[in-house]
Design a protein around this ligand. Sequence first.
Ligand code: PMP
Length: 369
Amino acid sequence: MNRLTLDDLPLRDDLRGEHPYGAPQLDVPVQLNVNENPYAPGDAVVDDIAKAVADAARTLNRYPDREALALRADLAAYLNGDGGVGLGVENVWAANGSNEIMQQLLQAFGGPGRTAVSFAPTYSMYPEYARDTHTSWVVGRRADDFSIDRAEALRVIAEHRPSVILLASPNNPTGTALPLADIEAIAEASTGVVVIDEAYGEFRRAGTPSALSLLPAHPRLVVTRTMSKAFALAGGRLGYLAADPAVVDAVRIVRLPYHLSAVTQAAARAALAHASSLLAAVDELRAERDRTVAWLRSIGLQACDSDANFVLFGRLPDRHAVWQGLLDRGVLIRETGPDGWLRVSIGTPDEMAAFRTALLDVTGMEEPA
Ligand code: PMP
């Protein structure tokens, strides 16, 4: 039988020539390319997740709680301990990864004749959410230090009047967190929803605030989080948002019924109950991140200050050759960001030692004596 190609199908015109999003999933010893948490959940967490999932399995003939009320209450309580102010179940919404949260936000607030705005370099999925929801996509530039140039941001907002503004803080791939004053200025200048993507929020350095504290004063502000990074639950697929209850009501209109499986809800609640032990590993990763920034600078490279679990470094005359050289030595990092830069996720001390050895070998650079 002849196999079809995409050309044989009535694919939407704007999807022709497009490819599925995603970094290569290669089987190499040291995987530092998709900002995962390198520490697998410990035995106590695994046991509780397994038990919660077994309990859920006994009721899998029934649809799950469509509103995920117990999980949302747990998430609200967690956020109130990390910068949230008086958040309750009505302020929180959950979905399969913050990717799905973002897609739902664009489905509810974007659409034909509407515009979404962000500032690059930033997370490369944002334009795809816009494309998939027929939302016009406008991207301004970040400043040379990858902060947001407030005047430029206000100019872009005034010109395009976006219904959605997407700002990652800490930003991927640069690690840059936004000062609250910049977020407030943008929220005040905009009539749309302003989404602060805090996927890496728990990795922020001491003194870097979360935008959660701004929610009471800015009702069209939305803060998104994920359990994929700090909670070491990337495989569990659980992202969430905190916002005014009206925002939650809006995304509830576009969500698919029963979008969050009973298994997902049970696993996420079990992991959340172990927040303090899971977040202990975050402190180790933050320290390893700061050591990595210092080391990259010590060998003569530039490294961005990072509030996340990765570091953007450069500038390399041929970044692809360095990326490939590392891969040849069993270390997979990410070729992303502006030309000349590469991004390394923070792994275990052993993985970072392998990265350092491979990078010195590939570049011929030397550690200071
Ligand atoms: N936002 C940012 C900035 C990210 O880097 C990522 C993952 N790489 C996500 C959102 C999505 O994460 P998830 O869907 O696993 O929650």
